[in-house]
Design a binder for this molecule. Structure first.
Ligand code: XMP
Length: 506
């Protein structure tokens, strides 16, 4: 495997994704918590950082300990760090170097640049520049404004590059990473969905033996893939629970339950709609609604889990981005991550936790799901928030409002599907607004509610852009909703991006 040491760059996860796209396993660790390096570690990549090596509080790591024993690739800050603390000098660049540049010098026969053509476009993003390098460094690539765009420490397998190979604007970035990983580190590219499935099932079998596991399914990608993996490892000892909280999409409970049963999962569906509606009654504050739903879910789930005799494990669909320990940085490009799904385990459920997907990124979960033969309809589903439609009904929740929103949402989503745009949209849903407006239907004046349609493009939900859906499609959806959903006389489309808006309205 490869270790990626994170110095707080917004691109660190992207480096990891690129390495894994090359079918090589890697892990991200904070720069100051480097795990013991054993024979399985073939090389180290040092990430970029919002810090400058010239700052007093610049992050340090034990370079000397690994230099000469393992191949090291420093990227941006990583490259500057090695250069600066190894006899060179890093200065503030006169202009901030940001954006595209071209390599106008590449040292011939340099392994790192194998198959990278002269003139190759690279992507720069840095405020510092390597002004001087020590004698044992050689420049292996330059651009017209950055002489030390890449260097090699002679007699070692330590390299530094000033640009970002992990972003797609660096056209040959992937080739460069492959050169480092395969030719320099000697990694074999055999970490594939199939090999992941094989080793994970073997590990789960060894870890769980004849123990019983209980797992809450949500209908989403992660819990479904986790369930199928566990099912293949321990069969009927996996007890799945699927709760109808009354806040799912129209007909979703039954269709999801059916497809899970079809997959052979040992699943129990629980209709707890009324318990959720009772707990939500009169609540208008979004956070109070979320807390009430979380509390009732745990109660319902706990009751169901107690019915499984002798269960000792809780299965969860936690994925890698939820467990990567983030480096806290105060620099300007520091990303502030808050995620919603890491709730932790309530005290009274004294179960051990098994998380078969906690080393995978989302796209990898999908690929594993495909290799496991899971229904593409489940794997391709848009993300859907745990509190469901409760946070898409602004204000208090009643079963009548849920019914109206379910109808409108179903018309919306079905139209996206039949127009072939569902898979191009990252997330879509209808929102019920607590606003009434005047309309006219036939000769009647109406005074009814508004449905807002939301559709966004995003990579991970942290930032998002509204989708430019075709007008004709919006017109068709609007007509269908207003003509068919009683209580709605107006449909609007949300054209806000995140930030400053959020994807959900609550
Ligand atoms: P926002 O609204 O914060 O949403 O831009 C980002 C992503 O998170 C989802 N989301 C939630 N998911 N529980 C969840 O499980 C929640 O309380 C919650 N709130 C937002 C949202 O659907 C989007 O995918």
């Amino acid at each position: 495997k490869i270790l990626i040491l994170d110095f707080g760059s917004q691109f660190t996860q992207l480096i990891a994704r690129r390495v894994r796209e090359l079918n090589i396993y890697c892990e991200i660790h904070p720069f100051n918590k480097v795990p013991e390096v054993d024979a399985s570690v073939k090389g180290i990549i040092l990430s970029g950082s919002p810090y400058s090596v010239r700052q007093d509080d610049a992050p340090h790591f034990e370079f000397a300990k690994h230099h000469k024993t393992l191949p090291i690739l420093g990227v941006c800050y990583g490259a500057q760090y090695v250069a600066h603390f190894h006899g060179g000098e890093v200065l503030a660049s006169s202009t901030r170097e940001y954006g595209r540049a071209n390599l106008d010098f590449i040292k011939p026969d340099t392994i790192l640049f194998k198959d990278v053509p002269l003139g190759s476009q690279v992507w720069m993003s840095h405020g510092d520049t390597i002004a001087r390098i020590a004698d044992d460094f050689e420049v292996i690539a330059s651009t017209d404004s950055v002489k030390v765009a890449a260097y090699h420490i002679t007699g070692t397998e330590t390299y530094g590059i000033q640009f970002h190979p992990e972003v797609t604007h660096s056209i040959d970035g992937k080739q460069l990473l492959q050169n480092f990983l395969v030719d320099i580190c000697g990694c074999s590219q055999d970490w594939t969905p199939d090999s992941f499935i094989e080793t994970t099932i073997a590990e789960l079998k060894a870890k769980l033996g004849d123990d019983k596991v209980v797992l809450g399914l949500s209908g989403g990608v992660d819990s479904s893939v986790a369930a199928v993996l566990l099912h293949q490892a321990i069969g009927k000892n996996l007890h799945c629970i699927f709760v109808d909280n009354g806040l799912l999409r129209k007909d979703e409970y039954q269709s999801v339950l059916d497809s899970y049963q079809h997959m052979g999962l040992n699943i129990k569906g629980i209709d707890a709609k009324q318990r959720f509606y009772d707990a939500l009654s009169g609540l208008t504050d979004p956070e109070k609604k979320r807390k009430a739903i979380g509390r009732v879910f745990i109660e319902v789930f706990d009751d169901a889990a107690h019915e499984v005799q002798g269960v000792s494990w809780l299965g969860q669909g936690t994925i890698y981005p939820d467990v990567i320990e983030s480096v806290s940085v105060k620099g300007p490009s520091a990303t502030i991550k808050s995620h919603h799904n890491v709730g932790g385990l309530p005290d009274f459920m004294k179960l051990k936790v098994v998380e078969p997907l906690n080393t995978l990124f989302k796209d990898e979960v999908r690929r594993v799901g495909t290799a496991l033969g899971i229904d593409p309809n489940i794997l391709g589903r848009h993300p859907f928030p745990g509190p469901g439609l409760a946070i898409r009904i602004l204000g208090d929740i009643t079963p009548e409002k849920v019914d109206i929103l379910q109808q409108a949402d179903a018309i919306y989503i079905n139209n996206l599907r039949s127009a072939g745009v569902y898979d191009k949209v990252w997330q879509a849903g209808a929102i019920y607004l607590p606003v009434q407006s005047v309309g006219v239907m036939g000769d009647e004046r109406t005074y009814e509610n508004v449905i807002c349609l939301r559709a966004v493009e995003s990579l991970d939900g942290m930032t998002a852009d509204w989708c430019h859906l075709p007008y004709d499609l919006l017109a068709k959806i609007s007509n269908e909703i207003i003509n068919n959903v009683k209580g709605i006389n107006r449909v609007v489309y949300d054209i806000s991006s995140k930030p400053p808006a959020t994807i959900e309205w609550e």
